[in-house]
Ligand binder design. Structure first.
Ligand SMILES: [Zn+2]
Length: 487
């Protein structure tokens, strides 16, 4: 923990100082989140129109618009963001479709252990994902086709089919699990199960449980996750079941995910499965980890880019290393906009990366918009500014040809490289066990540097997005993303 006072260290050229960005905030303080937010510039507020911010979850295209805040304050979703959340896990087969894989208990124990371990790591010990794994396959006494749906979006779900199957599973599991303490239900269906084109799911439908009617989160793979759809082998999807399930839990904890770099191998919010070249990262994006409270306020180095500031240096602990004094830099650039800088390494949750994938990433926040995923899997390869997103990766100054990039590697900033955006210049000075970054003003406050091709105001996209928010007709699955089609 840093003290709240500015800490002056000296090096060869610059004063190196660490800013505690949250002098006011302690966990026990008796002030509302709103009051605190007004005082803390780096907690950039959500800027969506009230009509969108208040739209109940899951009513719009792909469940994105109207979900939880993209900016501050953190808005509560189904699950809390600290303490335990409990899930019943059951393998469920049908009278015409037997259970596979065969050693299902070992498999589910292994996968759920990874999920619990992940939560401990990324929440820095604040969150516990707990599981009640029901032994063996639970065979339902009806056909796998009795309940089915070809839903194309969350807002148009065939609720009766989803809930009907959930009721049957709850009755079958019965008292082999404690339904009173369960917050949710995950189901593993047999390989080849295709009852639901999208995922069998709910973020709050009422299920008839042995403990009585209960509003439940429930989730089980559909066609996409139970086959080699999207060019990702089934064996890979089975190995990374933990990543897919975490992704869905995070959505019900208020995280919107799918940016920056949707579909890229930068984190399980963007892609639950290894993509091109086998690369994968199980990371959680820093902005939403911060918003959730999993990155602590005093681990954030903050600057107000709307004001002139002295050259500043920060020392970043890589996201893949547990804890650390400073995990991210947040530079406020406008009322609802900012820049986030984090350090990344090809270790731990990103161990599948190449050794050269080491340095900082810089992304800009636009907290006035929601993700527009209509181009997902086809014309938007994850970072295109032609589709609204709450965050976009910024490449190094002088880069070209990255307007609709499909890969993250060119967005890992190396020592000596800079990223300029919104009058702020971020340079990676040196790379070691930590990354040392230098931040400076580059322009007057109202000027946007032309050096970076991504320096385009996305506000003009908002109106178009609202008008055009719909499912792209050819967007049947995520060719470039490996993302769940519906969520
Ligand atoms: Zn999702």
């Amino acid at each position: 923990m840093q003290s709240s006072q500015t800490k002056i260290l000296h090096n060869h050229t610059f004063n190196f100082y660490i800013r505690n960005c949250n002098k006011q905030h302690t966990k026990n303080q008796n002030k509302s989140a709103y009051q605190l937010t007004k005082k803390i510039v780096f907690k950039i507020p959500d800027g969506r129109p009230a009509s969108l911010a208040s739209t109940p979850p899951n009513l719009r295209y792909k469940g994105d618009m109207g979900k939880s805040n993209v900016g501050f304050p953190y808005s509560n979703d189904r699950f809390p963001n600290e303490g335990p959340v409990n899930f019943i896990v059951a393998a469920v087969s049908f009278d015409d479709l037997s259970g596979a894989p065969s050693k299902v208990d070992d498999y589910l124990d292994e996968q759920t252990a990874k999920i619990s371990e992940w939560a401990d790591f990324w929440s820095q010990g604040q969150m516990q994902y707990e599981f009640q794994v029901v032994d063996g396959w639970q065979e339902l006494d009806f056909s796998s086709s009795l309940y089915s749906a070809k839903d194309v979006s969350r807002g148009e779900r065939t609720v009766s089919a989803h809930v009907g199957l959930a009721d049957a599973i709850a009755a079958k599991v019965g008292n082999k699990a404690d339904w009173a303490v369960a917050d949710g239900l995950f189901v593993l269906f047999p390989v080849g199960y295709d009852g639901f084109t999208g995922d069998w799911n709910s973020r709050g439908d009422v299920v008839q449980t042995p403990s009585g009617p209960k509003s439940m989160f429930f989730w089980g793979g559909g066609e996409y996750h139970l086959t080699g759809a999207g060019g990702i082998p089934l064996a890979t999807k089975q190995e990374y079941l933990w990543s897919y399930w975490i992704h869905e839990i995070l959505h019900s904890q208020g995280s919107n995910l799918h940016a920056p770099g949707n579909g890229w191998a930068v984190g399980l919010g963007q892609n639950q499965y290894p993509s091109y070249g086998g690369k994968f990262s199980g990371a959680f994006n820093a902005w939403e980890a911060f918003k959730t409270g999993w990155i602590f306020d005093d681990q954030v180095f903050c600057l107000d880019g709307r004001e002139d500031f002295s050259e500043a240096r920060a020392s970043l602990t890589p996201m893949e290393i547990y804890g650390g004094d400073t995990k991210m830099v947040v530079i406020r650039t406008a009322e609802h906009e900012g820049i986030v800088v984090t350090s990344r390494r090809p270790i731990g949750y990103s161990e599948d990366w190449s050794t050269s994938d080491s340095g900082i990433t810089v992304y800009r926040l636009d907290l006035s918009v929601m993700n527009d995923r209509t181009g997902e899997g086809n014309v938007d390869c994850g970072n295109s500014i032609d589709f609204a997103k709450w965050a976009y990766y910024l490449p190094a100054d002088g880069s070209s040809g990255l307007r609709n990039a499909c890969r993250f590697e060119d967005f890992i900033i190396k020592p000596g490289q800079s990223v300029s955006y919104g009058g702020v210049d971020v340079q990676l000075v040196s790379r070691g066990s930590k990354d040392f970054v230098e931040i400076s003003n580059t322009a007057s406050l109202n000027a946007v540097t032309s050096r970076n091709s991504f320096a385009k105001d996305s506000h003009q996209l908002i109106g178009a997005y609202i008008t055009n928010s719909r499912r792209a007709s050819d967007n049947q699955h995520c060719n470039c993303c490996g993302c769940t089609p519906i969520d």
